[in-house]
Each structure stands twice: as C-alpha cells, then as structure tokens.
Ligand binder design. Structure first.
Ligand code: HEM
Length: 428
C-alpha cells in the first residue's frame, strides 16, 4: 500500500516528554481526526477508539500477541540468557502456548490469596512512611511507590525481601522493560525495520543484570524443588500438566514468568500510585476530601487509572489484511492498541480530561486489558494502590503533592515510568 493512502497524525511523537507527561490531548485529537493512523517513523499503526482497542486486544486470531520480542542478547551471554527467553512469556504468546502458562498462573494466583494481603501491604506502607515521615518531604516515587510495588511482589512470589534483596530487584526490574521491543516488520520499501535504539554498552549492562536475575531465580527454583512453600513460585513450579505426573511448565519458563511478573507489576503499580497522588494534588480539595472520607479512595484510584493509563499501549500483529474503522491494515503490520486513549473516548466518558473522584463510571476503563491477556495482577494492583493512598493520608493528613511540579518519564511505548514526585507535609 503506498504511503499516501495511510492516514497519519501530524505532530505525533510518542517519545516526547510532553506526550509522556500527558498523552490525553494528542490521543483525543487522534480520536476525532484520525482514529486509526500510521506512524511512518517506526512503521506501526495506532488504534485509539475504545471499541477498536477492545476488538484488537480481544481477537487473538486476527491480532496476535506474538508481536513483542527483546533486543538481541549479546552472543557471548547466550549460556546465561537464552536469546529466545522471552518468546513464551505471557504477554508475547498466543494459545496454545499462552493457555498452558495462564492456567498454571491462574491457579497459583488463587492459591496465593491476594485478597488477604491488605494487612501485609499496610505494614509495608507504614514501614516505608516511617523512613521519611519526620522529614516533612519525600520523593514519593523513589521512597514509597516503587519500593512498595517491588516488596509486595516479592511477598506474593515468595522472594526474600530484606533491604539488600529489594535494592537488587529494584536495579534489574526496569531492565526487562527497557529491552522489550516491538517486532517491527520490514519497512514498506523492503528496507530493515528500525529497532528501538540502545547503545551496545548499555545493552550489555542491562543483560548482565537480567542474567543475575535469572541466576537468582534458578537458585530459588532449586530450593523450591527440594522444599515447596506456600508461595506463587512453588505453585507455578509444581503446577501439573496434562500428562499424568508431568509438569505444566519447564523450569526455564517459570523463571521467565517470574521475571515477567516483577516487570509487569512494578512500574505499572508504582505509576498508578504516583498518578493518583499527582492528580489528587492538582485537584483543589481532593486530598482533603479523601482524608476526611477514606471510602472515596477506591474510586479515586480507579479514576486516576482511567485518566492516565499505566500501560500506554500494547502491540499486536495483524495475521491477515484487516479493516478497522474504514482503514485497511495489511497482514503482518504492527498495531499499537493505545490503552492510554480509551479512558478518553467521548462515547464512554464525558469531559474526560477532568479528574473527578466521584465519576460514576470511573472503573469502566480498559486499562487492565481484556480477554485472555487480562491483567493477572489487577486485584493486587487495585488493593495495593488504594491501601497506599489511604495509609499515606492516615499518617500524613496534611499531605500536599504540589501542583505544577516538573515530572520526568523514562521513555517507553509500553510503560513509561514516572521517575519522581515530591510530597510535602508538616513534620511532627
Ligand atoms: C496498575 C497496575 C497495572 C496495570 C495498569 C496493568 C496493566 C496490564 C495490562 C493492560 C495488561 C494486558 C496486556 C495485553 O493486552 O497484552 C496486563 C497484563 C499482565 N499483567 Fe498487569 N497491570 C498492572 C499490575 C500488575 C501486577 C501487580 C502484576 C503482577 C502481580 C501484573 C501482571 C500482569 C501479567 C503477568 C500480565 C500478562 C497477562 C497475559 O498476557 O496473559 N500486572 N497488565
């Protein structure tokens, strides 16, 4: 198809700090002007309307999840990080591969009794707040949201969570996010597709940490083989396959899924906590309203996720020529299902850029996905984010998150991570 027949959105730049800080206005413009458009610089299509995103993420036969890979692992590291280690991850696989892993994981999540983790999460929040309460200010991302997300995952999976261990996970959790790359097809003129750029030295450094993480998980897997515990790692490892006495998942795949869980559940949840606090700080009276009536917190958190998706978008690959909203997308194309746009669809949400803690349909967003890839951690992320906001307000009732502070994001097409957020209160 010649480029002239592909609708484009002038000015679309997914890596600009302006877009990363708040993509709503640009994506709203797309919904009105070019709801399905082509982004020639990176050779992918963008789908922005709620119904279209829902269709793309639900129909795996037409829109395959085998659309994400990792940047090439340096040759001399293949014995420590297999070059295809991500092929069978949850988010990059379709049935039947996906079905086997997902079945084992669903059972493991049920056994881990996420809904009973509230007390434990509150304890972690209090411990973190104890570390900075007397100071009167803190970086709420670095000192609160991010370590909380990592430590909660450590508890869920069954990882040691001493300060040194947590510092270690915090070092390598962003690495997998950084090496993820869409599987770009060749450009229309046949030239090779652009890869997400990364300097070789940085790539090596990141893979060194991923190798450390895999080795760490291998040791834990060996321990759980000898002595299973009541944790998610043991449940996944010992999940039964279809054949009698057989395992559902080989050890190496359990390790991939463990690393994946930490990456899928850390920046996403930290972002939600951060954005909830940021929107509350920017909305006059909102923090005080929640401090006075904590029962409003759950809806406020949901509204924060609707207003600003943690997962900006996800890639799928067209398995055939397919028409979406009158635009023909050729077989093999990469499609970015823009989750970040769906909370702003005018057919679903009125005055969508307004953050409204009382919005009656705040929870009717798509930001945990839908269908067979629906977020496995959604109940945990909801519980954790609400508990985080509630505990902060209990402990620091005059918390202020100054509006207009400059924020910075780590660029990513999947989960751009909010790096810092200042909070202030009167110290005791
Ligand atoms: C606010 C926090 C979170 C958000 C917004 C979020 C969002 C999402 C979204 C949109 C997907 C679907 C991806 C797709 O369509 O392919 C997803 C999948 C997933 N999420 Fe989350 N997530 C969050 C927290 C978590 C947590 C805490 C965990 C782990 C405990 C987790 C684990 C996963 C996993 C394993 C998948 C892959 C599921 C599959 O492909 O079958 N997420 N998440």
């Amino acid at each position: 198809m010649p480029d002239t027949q592909r609708p484009v959105l002038p000015g679309f730049d997914p890596f600009s700090q302006e877009f990363l800080a708040d993509p709503a206005a640009v994506l709203r413009r797309a919904q009105d002007e070019e709801p399905v458009f082509y982004f020639p610089e990176l050779n992918y299509w963008v789908v922005t309307r709620f119904d279209d995103v829902e269709r793309v993420i639900s129909d795996f036969e037409t829109f395959s999840s085998v659309a994400i890979a990792v940047l090439p692992v340096p040759q001399d590291m293949h014995d420590r990080v297999p070059p295809d280690f991500y092929e069978r991850s949850f988010i990059a696989s379709d049935p039947p591969v996906h079905t086997i892993s997902r079945k084992a994981a669903n059972t493991a999540f049920k056994r881990s009794r996420v809904d009973h983790m509230e007390e434990e999460i509150r304890g972690l929040c209090n411990e973190l707040i104890d570390g900075f309460a007397a100071r009167g200010s803190a970086d709420l991302m670095e000192e609160f949201a991010y370590p909380l997300a990592i430590r909660t995952l450590a508890r869920l999976i069954g990882l040691p969570d001493g300060p040194q261990d947590v510092a270690e996970y915090q070092r390598w959790a962003p690495d997998l996010v950084a090496v993820l790359t869409p599987k770009f097809p060749p450009l229309p003129d046949g030239s090779p597709a652009p890869a997400t750029p990364m300097e070789p030295a940085e790539l090596r450094e990141r893979y060194e940490r991923i190798a450390t993480a895999r080795a760490f998980f291998q040791r834990l897997v060996d321990e759980r083989e000898r002595e299973p515990k009541q944790d998610l790692l043991s449940s996944m490892l010992h999940a039964e396959g279809d054949e009698e006495g057989g395992r559902a998942l080989p050890q190496a795949l359990v390790i991939t899924h463990m690393v994946e869980l930490i990456t899928a559940g850390s920046a996403t949840t930290a972002n939600l906590i951060g954005h909830a606090l940021k929107f509350l700080g920017e909305t006059p009276g909102a923090l005080a309203a929640l401090a006075a009536d904590p029962s409003l917190v759950d809806n406020a958190v949901e509204e924060a996720l609707r207003r600003r998706a943690s997962t900006f978008g996800i890639f799928r690959k067209a398995t055939r020529d397919v028409e979406i909203r009158g635009v023909m997308i050729p077989e093999g194309s990469l499609i970015w299902a823009a989750y970040a746009a769906t909370g702003h669809d005018p057919d679903r949400f009125t005055d969508s850029e307004r953050f409204d803690i009382h919005r009656p349909n705040a929870g009717q967003h798509l930001n945990f996905g839908k269908g067979r890839h629906f977020c496995m951690g959604a109940p945990l992320a909801r519980l954790e984010s609400a508990t985080a906001v509630r505990t902060l307000l209990e402990r620091l009732p005059d918390l202020d998150v100054p509006a207009g502070q400059e924020v910075e994001y780590a660029p990513s097409l999947i989960v751009p991570e909010l790096l810092h957020l200042e909070g202030r209160w009167s110290a005791a």
